[in-house]
Ligand binder design. Structure first.
Ligand code: TIU
Length: 225
């Protein structure tokens, strides 16, 4: 079984029971004019995760590892958006408002979609989620169980919000999570560092962490008939 050199110890995985999950790599989080900026953040801090994630995505596709994408967002009528989520922060611009990339965090809008460099292929599930965790109010768990997936390789944004929430949800459901440290990012450098520590503390209380190079080194090359 392939083993990734990881914290707090080696992460063993079988490619055919492993899925790469790319969390919320949407323009609304990584480009100016979207939700991230509306919350008062410098979106450029997230962009460092894009290129490492693209390399991992390419490798997983080549190795026939299942790939799943998620997007945070809401129905155009916002009926699935909790009023508290709309109101919290008292921001001048919020979910559903018109921005330079369309209505913020609304499904079907340009800003809600995934960045071009990580664009899903037609056979890769895209899970639309109303919350921070990718399991809450979605069919993600069904999709994973139906495909016999037991391990997740986790990438995306932001580290302490949607990534960490999803890792916690996955961990409680029995999935083993390897978070790729250079493929996640936060608007807050200290939250990024602490997210990694929270996952691996106490003997891997939530999962494992490794740089993407360690995962790529362990990923078996595709076999050709
Ligand atoms: N605000 C923030 O850091 N993140 C989110 O609102 N959503 C995700 O992390 N995707």
């Amino acid at each position: 079984m392939p083993r990734v050199s990881a914290d707090p110890y080696g992460f063993d995985f079988e490619p055919n029971t492993t899925a790469l999950i790319v969390i919320d790599m949407q323009r609304d989080f990584v480009d100016p004019g979207g939700f991230g900026e509306a919350l008062g953040n410098d979106v450029s801090l997230l962009r460092r995760a894009l290129e490492p994630t693209r390399r991992v995505l390419d490798a997983c596709r080549g190795a026939q590892v299942m790939v799943i994408h998620t997007r945070e967002g809401h129905r155009p009528d916002l009926s699935d958006c909790p009023p508290a989520k709309l109101a919290r922060g008292h921001h001048a611009t919020t979910i559903g408002d018109e921005g330079p990339m369309g209505r913020i965090l609304v499904r079907g809008e340009y800003g809600h979609d995934i960045v071009d460099s990580l664009k899903p292929l037609p056979d890769e599930p895209v899970v639309d989620k109303p919350g921070k965790g990718a399991f809450y109010a979605t069919d993600l768990e069904n999709i994973l169980r139906n495909r016999g997936i037991t391990s997740l390789v986790v990438t995306g944004v932001t580290a302490e919000v949607c990534v960490q929430t999803t890792v916690r949800e996955a961990n409680d459901r029995g999935f083993e999570c390897l978070v790729l440290s250079d493929c996640i990012a936060s608007y807050f450098p200290e939250f990024y560092e602490m997210t990694l520590k929270m996952i691996t503390a106490q003997g891997g209380i939530l999962g494992w962490v490794a740089p993407s190079a360690a995962f790529l080194a362990a990923l078996p090359l595709p076999t050709h008939a």
